[in-house]
Design a protein around this ligand. Structure first.
Ligand code: KIV
Ligand code: NA
Length: 265
């Protein structure tokens, strides 16, 4: 088996096939999703909230991204692995973006990188693409800007919708192979999808994008507390782990684990 490439992804979208993307932050979980046939995995900077215990994605560092990206690559054989450039790793300009993206490609072994921003990031995207690094864009809600924008639906109203369309075109014109649309009205996401020739990847963007992405910890019911309305919980892993931990604890306290079959003499 060979890895899925950005060309395979483009071809699938041209055939009108929808494709699923999930985040992953460790080798073991990534291997499960790889064997389940998920074609594209994102080592998202959502690892900040979902894996590293930060409150937002903002504190995530390049060292953390590089380490967990390498783990996801090691855990997979087939999926295209996309890694986020974290906050502060590309805002200084294209040269900084290239240096950090190169690290994720060369040292961690990912197949593509993702960065946030449309018009404001098009120079960064262009330089990476010129250097041979496939780039996924990310517009609409961009969580690295939470301190400025908060977490709310983007692109509402005529002016904001026109800006989102300009951002989408800027990402495409800079050479990105796909673009994430996060938390935008479904009608606008559909319009962007019709307008662009590169695939759109929706999260909270309705059913008409070319692909969908979910944060895996939300999707499997591992996230504690409130999850966004746009996510769907396909399993209750939090309950599964809680039950397993409690049963193990009871058996240790009660002296029934380890039993004869777990014991060497
Ligand atoms: O970090 C992440 O998980 C993401 C997706 C929500 C697109 O950027
Ligand atoms: Na992200």
């Amino acid at each position: 088996t060979r890895r899925i490439t950005v060309h395979d992804i483009a071809a699938a979208s041209e055939r009108g096939e929808k494709w699923p993307m999930l985040t992953a932050y460790d080798a073991m979980t990534a291997s499960v999703f790889d064997e389940a046939g998920i074609p594209v995995m994102l080592v998202g900077d959502s690892m900040g909230n979902c894996h590293l215990g930060y409150e937002t994605t903002v504190p995530v560092t390049m060292d953390e991204m590089a380490m967990l990206s390498a783990a996801v690559v090691r855990g997979t054989k087939r999926a295209l692995i996309v890694a986020d450039l974290p906050f502060g790793a590309y805002q200084e300009g294209p040269v900084q973006a290239l240096r950090n993206a190169t690290r994720l490609i060369k040292d961690a072994g990912v197949g593509a990188v993702k960065l946030e921003g449309g018009e404001r990031s098009h120079e960064q995207i262009r330089l990476l693409v010129e250097a041979g690094i496939p780039v996924m864009g990310h517009i609409g809600l961009t969580p690295q800007s939470v301190n400025a924008m908060g977490y709310r639906v983007q692109g509402r109203g005529e002016e904001a919708a026109q800006q989102l369309l300009r951002d989408a075109k800027a990402v495409q014109d800079a050479g990105a192979f796909a673009v994430v649309l996060e938390l935008v009205p479904a009608e606008l996401a559909a319009e962007v999808t019709r307008t662009l020739h590169i695939p759109t990847v929706g999260i909270g963007a309705g059913p008409d994008t070319d692909a969908q992405v979910l944060v895996y910890t939300d999707m499997v019911g591992l996230t504690g507390g409130k999850v966004p309305r746009f996510t769907k919980q396909y399993a209750n892993m939090r309950q599964v782990l809680t039950d397993a931990a409690k049963e193990y604890a009871e058996e240790v306290i009660g002296g029934t684990f380890p039993a004869a079959e777990h014991t060497f003499h």
